[in-house]
Design a protein around this ligand. Structure first.
Ligand code: NAP
Length: 365
């Protein structure tokens, strides 16, 4: 009889949680997930990604709870007894962390502490491997390219809270021997990226403009440079980290960087529209090069109190030690997101919903 491993994913209803759950099910794992109770009050919103991926069919066992409730987390660990824990639950929007710094720390730092402390108090430290979702935002204004040796200079409550939990993970690893690895992941996106993240905001707006349902896309800093990969690739990297004999810290990135402006141009290009950029700073606009129609406008209200300008990852360590490499690069990623948002628009249109109510993004690619 083959031995079935059990994995617990906190934040399973988020972007990475859904891709990771699919990936682990494909590897034969029993998959459990932690979901906040209010996800059930509006399941369309809270559990929408899981539903659209067909994961509410009983293959995944969902548990109601909250990462900040350390007693509930301890009780869950006792029941599930996972061999692998993927701690993805977080307040993940950098701009929101400026508005809610205290709750950002409650979830992104104290939540991690509670999880690690529960493992120690339950004497489970020898039985489990933990993935901690660290972030390139911890590098903040450190010079690019950034790798595991780059000194951290976070520029937001989000980056600072993630850095504190990065150090907690290392402390519990060194002090108590917990097999916990930090994945320092650069931005990774997908067709199910939250719509308040800039990439998805762009692909949603561009496809809506193409379909005639919207006029102008308003954005903040067009000069921000990011290293964007695909969530599908990055969840595999998370899993690879937990298959190593020894825990460690790994950067996952594509090693290619693009501006927000380039993301917009690429998305429009895929819809057959060439954008011509005029002006600079808050006055910059993007026009349809053929018709002169206004497509993109800068909105200073969307600037962050302090922005991270240039994130570019060097994933050499993960390539060498894990054998990890991305399959999707910039243009493949934008194409996947644009194609899925086009499909979503047609599914959303009245009378065109497929009879099983499923969006096909999860099976593509
Ligand atoms: P996401 O889509 O925002 O998913 C985060 C999930 O965590 C959501 O389902 C959220 O549920 C849940 N959550 C929030 N607070 C919670 C709490 N107190 N208890 C239990 N669940 C809670 O983010 P993602 O893109 O999948 O990212 C996964 C992880 O990787 C996050 O920790 C993120 O910070 C980190 N990360 C992401 C990236 C990236 O580019 N995607 C890069 C580096 C690191 P609700 O819907 O109820 O809020």
């Amino acid at each position: 009889m083959t031995y079935q491993k059990t994995a617990l994913i906190t934040g399973i209803a988020g972007q990475d949680g859904v891709y990771l759950a699919e990936f682990l099910l494909g590897k034969g794992y029993a998959v459990h997930g932690l979901v906040r109770w209010d996800s059930y009050s509006d399941p369309e919103e809270g559990l929408g990604r899981l539903a659209r991926a067909g994961l509410l069919d009983g293959r995944v066992t969902l548990h109601t709870g909250d990462l900040t409730d350390c007693m509930a987390v301890a009780a869950l660990l006792k029941v599930v007894r996972p061999q692998e824990i993927y701690n993805l639950a977080a307040l993940s929007q950098v701009h929101v962390s400026f508005a809610t710094p205290a709750s950002t720390f409650d979830i992104n730092t104290k939540g991690v502490l509670g999880l690690l402390e529960a493992l120690r108090l339950l004497d489970m430290q020898g039985d489990v491997r933990v993935y901690q979702a660290s972030s390139s935002e911890m590098f903040g204004s450190a010079p690019a390219p950034q790798n595991e040796e780059t000194p951290f200079e976070p520029c937001s409550p989000y980056g600072t809270a993630k850095l504190a939990s990065y150090w907690l993970a290392r402390t519990y690893r060194d002090s108590y021997g917990i097999h916990v690895s930090n994945g320092i992941l650069f931005n990774h996106e997908s067709p199910v990226r939250g719509e308040d993240f800039v990439t998805r905001k762009i692909t949603r707006a561009v496809t809506a403009i193409e379909a005639g349902g919207r006029d102008v896309l308003r954005l903040g800093n067009l000069d921000s440079i990011r290293d964007w990969g695909h969530a599908r690739d990055y969840v595999e990297g998370m899993w690879l980290m937990l298959q190593q004999k020894a825990p460690g810290d790994y950067v996952l990135a594509t090693g290619q960087a693009h501006t927000v402006r380039e993301f917009v141009s690429c998305a429009f290009d895929l819809c057959g529209v060439q954008v011509s950029w005029r002006g600079c700073g808050a006055e910059e606009v993007g026009l349809d090069a053929r018709s002169g129609r206004l497509l993109v406008q800068v909105d200073p209200a969307l600037f962050r109190p302090k922005d991270v300008h240039y994130l570019l990852g060097d994933a050499s360590k993960a390539r060498a030690a894990l054998g990890w490499a991305p399959r999707y690069y910039f243009k493949d990623l934008v194409a996947d997101m644009v194609a899925a948002d086009r499909a979503l628009l047609s599914v959303e249109a009245p009378g065109q919903q497929d009879e099983r109510g499923r969006v096909l993004w999860m099976k593509a690619g």
